[in-house]
Write a protein that binds this ligand. Structure first.
Ligand code: NDP
Length: 301
């Protein structure tokens, strides 16, 4: 058996089209244009790439997009002052502070300073609590698990996961835990595994839905996968690729795709699976923030 590839790129493109249409509609009906502010501190090259692509995508969606580039030596007082200004700016509906921040800045303090109704990353305690208590209509859900959830719904052709077992490998605050909460809210029976879990392959094999968010290249092998399972690979790992030339690298996930594709029912590739969904969901969250501010209904994705 060969699994169906879950084409994240195509689903992400579909989400962006819905966001564009709803943005135009919102502007026509209420005069409100969604606004996103991205704040980056320092010169981390990967973060610079992410921030540029977020800005480009926001413009493509028809948003107002502003990027604040701050020097690596910026104090947390100055960063908090900027967050305060953006919180008070009615034309901004989403604030994203690109992580990681330089070591001298207290990341937690900055995240908690963002107004919860503009926290499009979904990291503020208010949004974490809303997700945990099932208040999904007014929460911002972190973009990567939200995007992964949409891929699961598309792959299985349903939103209600009653009767299905889900195993999430990884318990981080940005992926594993919110992913588990989303699956639970959709009525799946959820187990969270991590580095202290005993006999992980056997546990993983109980999963109808297996999500890997670990950060270990191709750790999930075929013996982790129940025949026919839906496998979502969140991992992004850069490994050496000598076949592409000296010093070259390539991206792989946490799942050994070539082996697991023979066992799973559906599976995300890396790249082209969960990755493109993250930025699409950021746009969807920003639009939702603008809709809520304008008293309008965000589109169903
Ligand atoms: P973290 O490092 O924060 O968490 C990794 C989790 O994996 C931890 O809970 C850890 O357990 C668990 N773990 C580590 N080793 C093992 C093991 N041998 N067996 C079982 N569990 C293990 O990572 P993130 O959640 O931030 O990211 C996970 C992956 O997803 C990374 O590859 C990252 O690059 C990628 N990612 C991709 C995104 C995208 O847009 N597609 C966005 C965000 C992340 P413990 O808690 O016990 O230490």
């Amino acid at each position: 058996m060969t699994a169906t590839r879950i084409e994240g790129k195509a689903v992400a493109a579909e989400v962006i089209e819905k966001v564009k249409a709803a943005t135009a509609d919102l502007a026509a009906k209420t005069g409100v244009t969604p606004g996103i502010a991205v704040v980056i501190v320092g010169e981390d090259p990967a973060s610079q790439v992410y921030v540029r692509s977020k800005g480009r995508m926001a413009e493509e969606c028809g948003f107002k997009s502003v990027t604040h580039r701050l020097d690596a030596s910026t104090s947390d007082t100055d960063l908090l002052a900027l967050v305060g200004t953006l919180n008070a700016d009615a034309s901004i509906h989403g604030i994203l502070v690109q992580l990681p921040l330089p070591g001298h800045i207290d990341e937690g303090k900055v995240i908690q300073a963002i107004a919860p109704e503009k926290d499009v990353d979904g990291f503020h305690f208010i949004n974490v609590g809303k997700l945990g208590t099932g208040e999904l209509d007014s929460a911002f859900v972190p973009c990567t698990p939200a995007g992964s959830m949409l891929l699961i719904e598309r792959a299985l052709g349903k939103r209600d996961l009653s009767g299905l077992n889900a195993v999430v490998i990884g318990r981080s605050n940005i992926v594993g835990k919110p992913m588990a909460n989303l699956l639970l809210a959709a009525n799946a029976t959820v187990t969270i595994a991590h580095s202290r879990t005993r006999d992980l392959p056997a546990l993983a094999r109980t999963a109808d839905i297996l999500v890997a968010a670990v950060g270990r290249p191709r750790m999930v092998t075929a013996d982790f996968v129940k025949p026919g399972a839906c496998v979502i690979d969140v991992g992004i790992n850069r490994i050496p690729a000598p076949e592409k030339g000296e010093g070259a690298t390539r991206l792989v996930g946490d799942v050994d795709f070539d082996a697991c594709v023979e066992v799973a029912g559906s599976i995300t590739p890396v790249p082209g699976g969960v990755g493109p969904m993250t930025i699409a969901m950021l746009m969807a969250n920003t639009l939702a923030g603008a809709c809520r501010a304008a008293g309008a209904q965000p589109p169903v994705l």
